[in-house]
Design a protein around this ligand. Structure first.
Ligand SMILES: Nc1ncnc2c1ncn2[C@@H]1O[C@H](COP(=O)(O)OP(=O)(O)OP(=O)(O)O)[C@@H](O)[C@H]1O
Ligand SMILES: [Mg+2]
Length: 258
């Protein structure tokens, strides 16, 4: 649809996971583990953050909307959380930078989403942010357009993410429970990198551990994207010597030290 080309509804081939099914997945956790079957969940592709995942599941199951905002440094899995939430039925996804007030209002009036997911919400302009205030507080959506007022009642959960809350209107911020991700500790970083490089890039776990250790300690970075780059540069027959060579070059031109 032209007007909303910049908004993305669940693709038809996305998996729709109704809340009832999530609950069923949870309930059958033990029996699945016993049979060696993999547990499927909304956040399967995210390593760690088990308590945050639990919080989302509680919010999703709540009878009335609870709005959650993830705040965190780059590459801390915020977008991964947002894209995982698009698996929910009646969820609609937007990136803050590509929104306009009439876009949001028209969209909400037309599609009446249950879950409104906004990545990089700090990039939304102030007018767009304002249009969310009533919706989040009372579910009332109203708009004055061409001297005509329209109004409706929605039951919409808003799940959003941002790097910083500095550009958010204070009244918008207070309508969210904000969850602040801290930079990964060395142990968390190594665990996530090994898991991701093994699963997504087919990297041997010893090589992945070495990459994680070098990125954390030599490049002084907790950016998982750096590890993925190194793994890809090393090619499919990657070995420790090749990885070491790439890290030497990265370290030489690293902004952080040496
Ligand atoms: N906990 C995690 N589990 C799985 N992958 C992770 C995790 N943390 C980071 N990543 C990896 O880091 C990359 C960046 O993640 P993501 O895009 O979600 O970060 P972000 O917090 O949205 O960053 P930005 O603020 O730059 O947008 C992903 O490709 C993903 O592979
Ligand atoms: Mg992101």
């Amino acid at each position: 649809m032209k007007l909303f080309g910049r908004w993305r509804k669940n693709d038809d081939n996305d998996i729709d996971i109704p809340v009832s099914k999530l609950q069923a997945n949870r309930d059958s956790k033990h029996s699945k583990q016993a049979t060696g079957q993999k547990k499927t969940s909304l956040f399967d592709n995210i390593v760690g953050y088990e308590d945050v995942k639990e919080l989302y599941e509680m919010a999703i199951k709540a009878e009335k909307p609870v709005h959650l905002l993830l705040v965190g440094p780059p590459a801390s899995a915020k977008s991964l959380f947002m894209s995982s939430l698009t698996k929910l039925e009646r969820s609609y996804y937007a990136v803050g930078s590509s929104s306009t007030k009439s876009g949001i209002c028209d969209y909400l009036f037309e599609y009446r989403p249950r879950y409104f997911i906004i990545d990089e919400i700090e990039k939304m302009n102030k007018r767009d942010q304002t249009s969310l205030l009533n919706l989040m507080e009372s579910g009332i959506l109203s708009e004055l357009k061409h001297n005509q007022k329209r109004m409706t009642q929605l039951k919409t959960w808003v799940f959003a993410s941002c790097n910083s809350t500095d550009k958010l209107l204070p009244p918008l911020l207070t309508r969210f429970k904000d969850i602040h991700f801290k930079p990964y500790t060395e142990q968390e970083f190594v665990n996530i990198v090994v898991e991701i490089l093994d699963r997504e890039e087919g990297v041997d776990r010893d090589v992945a551990t070495m990459i994680a250790d070098a990125v954390f300690n030599r490049l002084k970075s907790t950016n998982i994207r750096e590890c993925i780059r190194i793994a890809r540069l090393a090619g499919s027959d990657r070995n420790l010597a090749q990885v070491d060579r790439i890290i030497d070059i990265f370290a030489k031109y690293n902004p952080h030290d040496s």
